[in-house]
Design a protein around this ligand. Structure first.
Ligand code: NAD
Length: 360
């Protein structure tokens, strides 16, 4: 098998892991790592026995495919240069800054008939891969994505940094269109929004509550689904899927509520009436390795990626609707009152101090 020549553009926090994993693949030659910060590029290249470059333009004609892991503001310009040269691209999420930029990349890839994949990595989380094999049609979904503040990705806010993962998963699971979006968000450090909650109403009647925070003390990434088929819960951190369905007995005979059964109900709800199964995805590949292997496979075969440019664009379009709703939310229910993530009502006092009437 011929070895594919790959390069990673942007080898900061995440890109160095793209490079590390690609360097271990038997059918890949990591021919270069690019970073505007040449010291960073040199460090990564030295560890991985690759070559360091300061600009992606130096590699335009020397690669079979690239992974673009620069900050979002550069995704469009860097990815477009490669697509125009007929080079397939994996671009990190969010695909671009705007839907118009994403559409441009989609057209460039279609014109050249080459794969454009977007790095919505949770689609490759083994727990999510297990879920989509099951016949589940969600009716209510609760998604939570909390992370500690890292000081990275400050060119975007919590919606484009974190919530967009869940928006993509919801679109993949439920399908659009989304009829209604209502969201609130708050900026704690004064830049973009740091915490957001959105309620989405899908045209098929499914309701989703989605929360993202990038200033949480502890990481939490989970999805909980109610459906007529049962309940599914995913912990993306531990890569575990929990499934609950009605037992055969419950389906046939309903709940027995005679005095004896009632006394045992607490112990028998799970097991006798509701069957529980845990699927541990932790023994398989991690999601970044899965994602990169899939990309390499698509480059080799020309197959359509699992997460296409269109998927990235649709998630971004939904994220823009969430952001619009955050901007237009009236905190006091008053049209002339404060709106948005930064322009919040003035604090009534300090939270650690009791209000005057309470303190008395
Ligand atoms: P980072 O700031 O740690 O790294 C970005 C690197 O790119 C830096 O080293 C910077 O010097 C370099 N760079 C900037 N512009 C460049 C250019 N034009 N050419 C070459 N190098 C350039 O950022 P990060 O946390 O690694 O995030 C990078 C991207 O990955 C962002 O789009 C982010 O949204 C995405 N990301 C995705 C996930 C995920 O779960 N899929 C997680 C984290 C970050």
């Amino acid at each position: 098998m011929t070895r594919l020549r790959l390069a990673v553009i942007g080898v900061g926090h995440l890109g160095q892991h793209h490079a590390r994993i690609l360097a271990t693949m038997p059918d890949v030659d990591l021919v270069g790592v690019v970073d505007h910060n040449i010291d960073q590029a040199n460090n990564v290249a030295r560890k991985l026995r690759s070559r360091a470059f300061e600009s992606h333009e130096q590699l335009l004609n020397q690669v079979d495919a690239v992974s673009v892991v620069t900050p979002t503001s550069y995704h469009h310009s860097v990815a477009a240069d490669f697509l125009k040269n007929g080079v397939p691209v994996l671009v990190e999420k969010p695909v671009c800054r705007t839907v118009a930029e994403a559409d441009d990349l989609i057209h460039l890839a279609a014109d050249a008939n080459i794969p454009l994949q977007v790095g919505h990595i949770e689609r490759f989380n083994p727990a999510f891969e297990e879920l989509v094999k099951r016949p589940i049609r969600p009716k209510f979904v609760e998604a939570e994505r909390h992370g500690p503040f890292t000081g990275r990705s400050v060119d975007i806010g919590a919606v484009l940094d974190l919530m967009i993962h869940d928006l993509d998963l919801l679109l993949a699971l439920i399908g659009g269109p989304v009829d209604d979006v209502h969201a609130v968000g708050a900026s704690v450090f004064g830049g973009h929004e740091d915490m957001v909650n959105a309620r989405l109403l899908f045209a098929n009647g499914c309701v989703a509550h989605v929360t993202a925070s990038r200033i949480a003390a502890r990481p939490k990434r989970r999805l909980r689904i109610w459906a007529s088929e049962g309940y599914a819960g995913i912990d993306f951190v531990t890569r575990k899927l929990t499934l609950v369905q009605q037992s055969e007995e419950l389906r046939r005979h309903g709940l027995r509520l005679d005095p004896v059964s009632k006394a045992r109900l607490k112990d028998e709800v799970f097991g006798r009436y509701l069957e529980v199964r845990s699927v541990d995805g932790d023994r398989k590949w991690d999601q970044l390795t899965n994602e990169l292997r899939h990309f390499v496979e698509c480059v080799r075969t020309g197959a359509r990626p699992r997460v296409t440019g269109e998927d990235g664009r649709d998630a971004l379009a939904l994220a823009e609707r969430v952001l619009n709703s955050v901007r237009n939310h009236h905190w006091n229910g008053d049209e002339n009152g404060p709106t948005g993530a930064n322009d919040m009502p003035k604090p009534a006092g300090k939270l650690f101090e009791r209000a005057q009437s309470e303190a008395a």
